[in-house]
Design a protein around this ligand. Sequence first.
Ligand SMILES: Nc1ncnc2c1ncn2[C@@H]1O[C@H](COP(=O)(O)OP(=O)(O)O)[C@@H](O)[C@H]1O
Ligand SMILES: [Mg+2]
Length: 235
Amino acid sequence: MGQISLQAVCRTYTTGTTKQKVLDKVDLQISDGNFSVVCGPSGSGKSTLLNIIGTLDAPDDGSVMIEGVDVSTLTENKLAQFRNKNIGFIFQNFHLLPVLTAAENVAWPLYFKGVKRRERMRIAKEKLGLVGLANHVNKLPKHLSGGERQRVAIARALVCEPSIILADEPTANLDRKTARKILDVMKKLNEHHQVTFLCATHDNLVVEYAKQLITLADGKLTTEATTKAEAKGAS
Ligand SMILES: Nc1ncnc2c1ncn2[C@@H]1O[C@H](COP(=O)(O)OP(=O)(O)O)[C@@H](O)[C@H]1O
Ligand SMILES: [Mg+2]
């Protein structure tokens, strides 16, 4: 079994009298240490899939196992704890709090774990160092470039040491050169810190980094291992 395992997952949205089947009996295995990329056109269900894997949304049918846990068995409280411990999130619009500095934004999730302020700030600065922002810890988001903001968001996603990071269109608002830098940071974290990545994207640059490529169309999903995964297996 993979670290992420979906079986016959279905998700239908109902708007008024219209029903739209976005995920139709989807099966998926994502193993430890993978760099998986979900691609597909806008509206194909990429965010829906990520939200379900991130336990922010539940399927209508089918099972979702994360780290061997059937997440449907967890109460709301346990689920929030489970998510905080195991899963980090990165979004297209960075989702940083404008009134907090880079370090305070990164430290924020640790507050919910009861970590004291001094220790929170120490860990936050360490994570900002990992993404190359050691010199920007006291800056507000408005004083950072787009690429720097996304690196703050990556540091925040890392702060609780999750085994999985879900990234929804992480490069959509970045120029190409900056997008590549962000992907290189994610690649480094994947290779040297054993973080599993799952990115949803319609950016071909992200596809270049995939070890496992997942394509969504018409509610169905196909997966293929890329040459990157083979190269890693062979080394
Ligand atoms: N909460 C919702 N209620 C109704 N329809 C939704 C909702 N979320 C997404 N959809 C619809 O489901 C489809 C897939 O959406 P989404 O998962 O966001 O796709 P993608 O991320 O690939 O662009 C779209 O047609 C979208 O309009
Ligand atoms: Mg989306």
